[in-house]
Design a protein around this ligand. Structure first.
Ligand code: ADP
Length: 447
């Protein structure tokens, strides 16, 4: 059994994990950089350790310091949250060597899913539908031309080590292909030190739909339905909802069953998300994230299942607390990511939050690590909180969201709250009628 968890993260997710650990009667250790000494997760943890100066590479990404903090405090497990070291297979290997439990999947699974070519090959082998394209990496232009002609233009050239949308190039015709290959390779080499690329059919108006899975590492797995994260800006999710307004229950069950079976066959342990593009009734795998996602609370809202509890149970060897038949979906949930950014230009807005008031009432959850008087340091991402609203159906959820957004006060800095107040009144959003390009069009005044 896990007795003490060190949380190798900061902000709202550190607090989220801390809450789950406390509920299970497990002691908590916060780690923090010198910039985060006043952070809420540090105040609420049983113990805390300063692991270095503000830059993440010297603190939250400093494996040596984090392992040392475990040894000093006697923590027997680490929860990595999301970002930072959460998908670093080397970190998982090192913890294993130190006999510290990593609350996440096995290092090999992180490694496979971190390499897009390998991930796609694995997905296909497990019966998950993938985007038509090259079988593996593309190493010469003639091969590229053959594949592209086969799948049909437009095509995307994607970097195997890609992330955050980098190393991705569109070719509308054969004339553009050589150029796209060369630029994608150069960009990928510069950003990731790996110039392996592959080709995929470009989908014009897809939605982003992802399936939440949890495996016990011993051949059992469940799915907790999907989330629709199509509202994105620069490939960053802004608003997420469950269920997806675009799926019917047949699509939902079909993709859920495919995913849980695949994860069971992999002997995958812990929480994971299988991401798809969805167009004209078909799902196309794009990647698997081997960690807890920012948007996991919408799934918790419609299932009543605490995903961090499940992660901790599985990592302790206790298996899952429920079977697929125990999973019940109820109502609709929406999450808005509130960032400390200008709502029009999205320029980060660090500084002191003079007043912070969160909404409450039935069906309203706020996950945030900030408080009135808190100074947002300029070193990390700009997420200051997540508003998650649940209703018995999408209409009730939207009504409640509008009300909750009205109550939310963030003074002293700019936040993206005004953007959500606009979105909640938009007819396309009210109808659930949007694809992955909708928000960018809207922000350019075209939607
Ligand atoms: P990354 O890891 O860089 O974020 P993904 O493969 O997850 O890369 O893709 C990021 C985004 O790029 C997707 O959410 C989607 O908006 C777009 N995208 C990826 N593959 C395709 C495709 N085959 N067709 C159209 N858009 C795509």
């Amino acid at each position: 059994m896990i007795q003490k968890i060190l949380i190798a993260n900061r902000g709202e997710i550190a607090l989220r994990v801390l809450r789950a650990a406390k509920e299970l009667g497990i002691s908590t250790v916060a780690v923090h950089s010198t910039a985060d000494a006043d952070a809420m997760h540090v105040k609420l943890a049983d113990e805390s350790v300063c692991i270095g100066p503000p830059p993440a590479r010297d603190s939250y990404l400093n494996i040596h310091q984090i392992v040392a903090a475990c040894e000093i405090t006697g923590a027997d497990a680490i929860h990595p949250g999301y970002g930072f070291l959460s998908e670093n297979s080397k970190f998982a290997d090192i913890l294993e060597a130190h006999d510290i439990t990593f609350i996440g999947p096995k290092a090999d699974h992180i490694r496979i899913m971190g390499d897009k070519i390998e991930a796609k090959r694995t997905a296909k082998r497990l019966g998950i539908p993938v985007v038509p394209g090259s079988e593996g990496g593309i190493y010469d232009d003639d091969e590229a031309k053959r594949v592209a002609a086969d799948v049909g233009y437009p095509v995307l050239v994607k970097a195997s080590s890609g992330g955050g949308g980098r190393g991705m190039k569109l070719a509308r015709s054969e004339d553009e292909l050589s150029n796209a290959l060369a630029t994608a390779r150069t960009e990928a080499k510069a950003a990731f030190g790996d110039d392996a690329v592959y080709i995929e059919k470009y989908l014009g108006k897809p939605r982003h739909i992802e399936v939440q899975v949890v495996g016990d590492g011993m051949g059992k797995a469940i799915h907790l339905g999907e989330r629709d994260c199509s509202l994105q800006r620069r490939h960053q999710k802004v608003w997420e909802e469950a269920n997806s307004p675009a799926l019917n229950s047949e699509d939902r069950n079909r993709i859920g069953e495919i995913c849980s079976k695949a994860v069971a066959d992999l002997n995958y342990s812990g929480a994971g998300t299988i991401e798809f593009l969805f167009e004209d009734g078909e799902f196309y795998f794009i990647e698997m994230n081997t960690r807890l996602q920012v948007e996991h609370p919408v799934t918790e809202a419609i299932t009543g299942i605490d995903l961090v509890h499940e992660q901790i149970r599985v990592a302790s060897g206790g298996g899952l607390s429920l079977t697929q038949d125990d999973v019940r979906f109820s109502g609709h949930a929406i999450e808005c990511r509130i960032n400390a950014e200008d709502p029009k230009t999205f320029v980060p807005s660090p500084g002191v939050i003079s007043h912070f008031h969160t909404p409450g009432g039935l069906g309203v959850r706020v996950d945030s690590g900030v408080y009135s008087g808190y100074r947002i340091p300029p070193y990390y991402d700009s997420l200051i909180g997540k508003l998650i609203v649940h209703g018995r159906n999408r209409v009730e959820c939207m009504m409640r969201l509008r009300r909750a957004l009205d109550e939310f006060v963030v003074d002293g800095i700019s936040s993206t709250l005004p953007l959500f107040r606009d979105l909640v009144g938009n007819p396309d959003i009210a109808n659930g009628d949007y694809d992955i390009h909708w928000l960018e069009h809207y922000l350019r005044g075209e939607a």
